[in-house]
Design a protein around this ligand. Structure first.
Ligand SMILES: Nc1nc2c(c(=O)[nH]1)N[C@H]1C(S)=C(S)[C@@H](COP(=O)(O)O)O[C@H]1N2
Ligand SMILES: [Mo]
Length: 246
């Protein structure tokens, strides 16, 4: 399968769009802001009224951010990826999008980055404060061109717990929330393996189990049916709530 670098393609489309006035392309639309489900949705929600999770200062950082659930991925492929510093890790972007493709770690690092210091709350009764850095999911979805029928984003993970692949999902409201990022750093350094190296979701208005680690792909879908047991996540399939708001 050939890798399609849609960020580079987007840049090329932008240049073409500037020189060929009147010719429509999605990136041009995005830049001039005249259209786009994302912007429309932000307007409908009312920018400035989006509820934000509290953010903290560096003085509040937990000295050690523990790992929970899977602490690594027990596959030869993951061990090989770890041995090369995850240089060739890819995040697949697919489903109901106009521009499916794969993002490299460099692609993700080249996007505008958000850094946020937030508190992670696990239902098992512990919390930790960490500083997370990565591109906003909204930016990736804009570039991919999410189709109007998409209602959810599915997050695919590399690990398997007791025979089932870990996965998660969220609605478009949380997907485009400013604090929803694909983190590749914790406290200014590459994510430790125990915390989901090389990529993990931070979805700050929700409980710990929603923050999918070891991300391999994101998919825009109309329905959660057909993923896992259809409840939208590994723990949701085992009785936990899908909307795990804090
Ligand atoms: N892929 C994957 N993601 C996961 C888990 C897991 O086992 N596998 N555990 C979840 C749970 S229950 C919590 S509390 C957090 C823990 O994140 P941490 O290991 O960075 O502390 O990851 C969540 N994401
Ligand atoms: Mo958790």
């Amino acid at each position: 399968m050939q890798r399609r670098n849609f960020l580079v393609a987007a840049g090329a489309a932008f240049v073409a769009g500037c020189s060929e006035i009147g010719k429509t392309n999605w990136f041009g639309k995005l830049v001039d802001g005249a259209e786009g489900w994302h912007r429309g949705l932000h307007r409908a929600l009312g920018v400035g009224r989006i509820p934000m999770a509290p953010e903290y200062s560096r003085a509040d950082l937990s000295p050690y951010f523990r790992g929970n659930g899977s602490l690594t991925v027990d596959t030869d492929a993951y061990r090989a990826a770890e041995a090369e510093g995850f240089a060739n890790w890819r995040l697949a972007v697919g489903g109901l999008v106009d521009n499916p493709g794969e993002l490299t770690m460099d692609d993700l690092r080249a996007l505008p980055q958000r850094t946020q210091i937030t508190r992670h709350d696990c239902v098992e009764g512990w919390s930790a404060i960490g500083e997370w850095t990565g591109p906003q999911l909204s930016r990736i979805l804009e570039t991919a061109g999410v189709q109007p029928e998409a209602n959810f984003i599915i997050f695919r993970c590399a690990d398997n717990l007791n025979g089932a692949d870990y996965y998660e999902s969220c609605d478009m409201d949380d997907a485009i929330h400013p604090q929803t990022i694909i983190a590749h750093q914790l406290n200014g350094e590459a994510l430790p393996v125990r915390n989901g190296a090389p990529l993990r979701l931070r979805i700050e208005r929700q409980l710990g189990y929603k923050h999918a680690k070891y991300l391999t792909g994101i998919e825009a879908v109309a329905s959660l049916d057909g993923y896992g047991q259809g409840n939208g996540g590994y723990w949701e399939d085992r009785g936990y709530q899908w909307y795990a708001g804090i």
